[in-house]
Design a binder for this molecule. Structure first.
Ligand code: EPZ
Length: 426
């Protein structure tokens, strides 16, 4: 288990390239299994979660080749025959649960392990299972596995409303319906760019999907889907993370390249209130920090609202704002494991239910802190870059799940981050 040694404070200057989206790539990989010929996906980031999902997919007999230099995946489902996703892989990465939808779509049956919880509490999959039952798929749970089956080549389908709207359930139900349900309507479907991109890839493969980009998706079964050559989106959460980091570090002046600004939803509306110089030029985003940051309170919402995946980063930024602010998460009510770690660096933050109150501006001083989950970890990196002195961030394997070449990108822009193997305590 590696750790980071970070010296601060350091401004960020120059160019930071944004990689392909982790959360958009995973459903595209799952969709590839539904084609009757190979698919190629471009702009796939070299991340632990991608390698994990490659292995989950390989278990079925599907061939997966990852040209890491070109960030290109080729997936050939010709020999897909083993309709299972085992616990020891699914537990490592929750999105492996997409195999349920994919295998239902491919063969009408599946045996997929229930995903584990995660760092900030239970993450149920009841909507996924109820949606498949509504579709006409037989769902049974046995010893931690979901057993899905249908006697017929196709099922009637029906209508299902997601309460609350769920990215994963929308993705799973779309994957299951495109080759299986005569007509299936999803109400209150998630509208995240990751969902839109998946539907566009499936459409290019030959799927019949109405309402792409809206909260009502109508899927009608087709018998054949063909493999495609398709490009992933840039990572909107990585983009937002680097924007926040630059705003937080005085004297920063960076240009993010390879972005897709329109995927940021309403996040720029909050960002503009900080009083930071911010401009968009095609796929480039330019940020120049000022000495003062205005306190801006936010509430996370489903897309196009402020993303929950940026709430930890925003709360970290608010420790450097001139005044008090609050961050409320309406998507996950207990995603605040980073708060005690930030308080060890000198922040003054207090959590009540699903809201954290941040008293800024507080000077941050280097300390040893522990990563707990992907987005909390990157917030600790940002805080350590803003803190005076040296910080040690433990368990950075969380970071390797979702940020490609993070220390290389930040060090090229002026940070001082060293990755060292963490001695395993005797
Ligand atoms: C996706 O997770 C993302 N993961 C998450 O990003 C992201 O935080 C989340 O969407 C919300 O945007 C991937 O794309 C791989 P949900 P997902 O189903 O699909 C409740 C990251 O850091 N719910 O949209 O699991 C759930 O408890 C990760 O990259 C049910 O109640 O999220 C939550 O409150 C973390 N029953 C809400 O819906 C269900 O069956 C939204 O969750 C499913 C979800």
């Amino acid at each position: 288990m590696d750790k980071f040694i970070i010296k601060g404070p350091t401004p960020l200057k120059g160019i930071i390239p944004v990689s392909g989206s982790k959360n958009a790539a995973l459903p595209l990989m799952a969709a590839s299994l539904l084609g009757d010929s190979p698919s190629t996906i471009h702009l796939v980031p070299r991340l632990k979660d991608i390698y994990t999902f490659n292995n989950v997919i390989r278990v079925t007999g599907t061939k997966v080749d990852f040209d890491e230099e070109a960030n290109t995946l080729t997936i050939d489902p010709k020999h897909l025959g083993y309709l299972e996703a085992p616990y020891d892989l699914v537990r490592k990465m929750r999105a492996s649960f997409y195999m349920l939808g994919t295998l239902i779509g491919h063969s009408g049956q599946a045996k997929v392990s229930l995903p584990g919880g995660c760092a900030w509490g239970p993450r149920p999959v009841d909507l996924h299972l109820k949606g498949f039952e509504e579709m006409g798929i037989n769902i049974e749970l046995d010893q931690g596995y979901v057993h899905a089956s249908t006697q017929n080549h196709s099922v009637e389908g029906g209508e299902f409303t997601l309460k609350p709207s769920s990215v994963g359930a929308t993705i799973n139900l779309v994957l299951g319906a495109v080759k299986r349900a005569k007509k299936f309507t999803i109400h209150n479907a998630a509208r995240e760019p990751d969902v839109v991109l998946l539907c566009k890839m499936l459409q290019q493969m030959g799927a019949d999907i109405e309402g792409i980009g809206t909260s009502t998706l109508i899927i009608r079964k087709v018998d054949k889907l063909s493999g495609v050559d398709f490009s992933n989106d840039p990572d909107r959460i990585e983009t937002g993370t680097f924007m926040i980091a630059a705003a937080m570090l005085p004297k920063s002046d960076i240009t993010l390249t390879g972005c897709k600004p329109k995927d940021l939803g309403r996040f720029p509306n909050a960002f503009k209130k900080l009083g930071v110089d911010f401009s968009v030029d095609g796929s480039n985003i330019h940020i120049k920090s000022n000495n003062t940051i205005h306190p801006v309170s936010i509430r996370t919402e489903i897309y196009p609202g402020f993303p929950t995946d940026l709430q930890a980063q925003w709360a970290t930024l608010m420790t450097q704002a001139n005044g008090t602010s609050t961050v409320t998460d309406t998507v996950y009510f207990d995603r605040f494991s980073y708060v005690p770690e930030l308080n060890r660096l000198g922040a003054k933050m207090k959590v009540e239910k699903n809201k954290v109150t941040i008293h800024g501006k507080t000077p941050l001083d280097g300390a040893s802190v522990m990563s707990t989950d992907l987005r909390a970890s990157v917030s600790l990196v940002m805080a350590a870059m803003a803190a005076g002195g040296t910080s040690e961030i433990l368990r950075i394997y969380h970071l390797d799940r979702g940020y490609e070449n993070l220390e290389e990108k930040l060090n090229n822009a002026g940070a001082s981050i060293k990755r060292v193997p963490q001695e395993i305590p005797a």
